[in-house]
Design a protein around this ligand. Structure first.
Ligand SMILES: C[S@@+](CC[C@H](N)C(=O)[O-])C[C@H]1O[C@@H](n2cnc3c(N)ncnc32)[C@H](O)[C@@H]1O
Length: 402
């Protein structure tokens, strides 16, 4: 807590820091800033010292690296090797795979720093274990994200690169999957919907920790509503830090079902519930009790018109609220041109194409002023006073009072 007090420019002091919370892993601001600068310096040094032909080949084959980690994850190799250091032959035998190919993939994994080789003195055959990066791909961590982003999403990108770029109108996903949009496809394939929810949860820890460390709620007992909150993973973290807060998630019916199970698992059912519905319809009456309407990774999923409708629904929900307490909309997204480093801006630009690939035509990452325009179009009088909160992560928090 002392570290947070000492380093949070917004004076954020969550009353409770649960054991193992991601907030404990967020470096103090000065350390974060220096680390980002050092990282940028070496990235620039590597770029300017790499000959153009090498750089061009690296870019052309960059997907090979993803395919290696995908293959290691898809076949359960990361999880098996995490249990004990093993030879590639034993891995192949245990998983009923081809030894020759497995050994090639594991050697490549060493070169990509997701595995390390342990040469034991009593054997000529090396064993392999995971590096801290490899650990990130385990089933209880980024596994579902690794699968999702290298399965249908890969085809969606190809659709964007070859079809949408000429014809417009639809997402890369629709161009590649017979016109079906991402959410309809996931509803038709519930295992894919569940995979997506798990992927979002696994991506969430760091950004949620940064949000909790840098964003100060108006009171510690507010009603925190996560609109499009998926499994309820963000809400769960927030409520664990603020024992007097309550919260709700609004998400698609199938996700809301999974969210209620997850919130129960986390022992939060007495303070949190998930409600199934569409944020493009008027909000359920109980959402008028929300003090903060938190929307993370939602605005970038939609074209302007849909975002204006969603923001209008939030505003309408507040208009029917019984009290006049201070209320706000808090957007967290990869806001363009607010990043702490060029590498972060590069990631946002790639994420923007991921939106073109996966979401309805017109979806993208936006600048602060583009967000301002959406709020203005939805009739928010506070749009011009949009408050920008820097977070110790790639995302930025934008808050508008209602
Ligand atoms: C990119 S995910 C973000 C999840 C979560 N906010 C997070 O930060 O991890 C988008 C979420 O929007 C939800 N969603 C999509 N269309 C929706 C709709 N019409 N109404 C409510 N939720 C929707 C999805 O189910 C999903 O949980």
């Amino acid at each position: 807590i002392l570290v947070l007090i000492a380093t949070s420019p917004n004076g954020v002091t969550p009353p409770h820091i649960p054991d193992g919370s991601f907030t404990g892993l967020i470096p103090p601001w000065p350390v974060f800033k220096v680390a980002v600068k050092i990282n940028s310096f070496f990235a620039t040094a590597a770029r300017v010292t790499t000959p153009p032909d090498v750089a061009a080949l690296e870019l052309a084959t960059a997907w090979w690296k993803s395919e290696v980690v995908y293959g290691l994850g898809y076949n359960g190799i990361f999880d098996l090797v995490a249990s004990r250091s093993m030879t590639c032959r034993d891995v192949a035998t245990e998983l009923d795979l081809q030894e020759f190919v497995v050994c090639q993939y594991m050697e490549a994994g060493v070169q990509l720093h997701v595995m390390e080789k342990n040469d034991s003195s009593d054997s000529t055959v090396p064993t392999y274990s995971l590096t801290p990066v490899g650990d990130m791909y385990l089933k209880d961590n980024l596994h579902s994200f690794l699968m999702m982003i290298n399965e249908e999403t890969r085809d969606a990108w190809r659709g964007a690169s070859t079809k949408v770029i000429k014809s417009g109108k639809v997402s890369g996903f629709q161009a590649s999957f017979g016109g079906k949009d991402f959410w309809t496809y996931n509803n038709d394939h519930p295992e894919k919907g569940a995979q997506f929810d798990r992927a979002m949860k696994s991506l969430g820890g760091g950004p949620t920790g940064a949000m909790i460390s840098d964003w100060k709620p108006s009171r510690e007992d507010i009603m925190f509503c996560d609109i499009g909150g998926g499994l309820g993973h963000v809400l769960a973290h927030v409520l664990e830090h603020y024992p007097h807060m309550k919260g709700m998630v609004l998400d698609q019916p199938e996700s809301a079902k999974r969210a209620n199970e997850y919130l129960k698992e986390r022992g939060l059912s007495n303070r949190a519930e998930a409600v199934g519905g569409s944020f493009f319809d008027p909000f359920p009456e109980k959402f008028s009790e929300c003090d903060v309407y938190h929307i993370r990774y939602i605005i970038h999923d939609w074209p302007d018109a849909e975002n204006v409708l969603l923001l209008k629904n939030i505003k309408e929900s507040v208009a029917s609220a019984p009290t006049n307490s201070k209320k706000s909309v808090a957007v967290v997204d990869q806001v363009i041109d607010t990043g702490a480093s060029p590498a972060m801006e590069q990631s946002k630009r790639l994420m923007s194409i991921n939106m073109v690939a996966s979401n309805p035509y017109g979806s993208r990452e936006r600048t602060v002023s583009e967000h301002e325009e959406l709020f203005t179009a939805a009739g928010f009088s506070g749009a011009k006073d949009i408050k920008v909160t820097s977070l110790r992560t790639i995302q930025t928090l934008l808050e508008v009072e209602i």
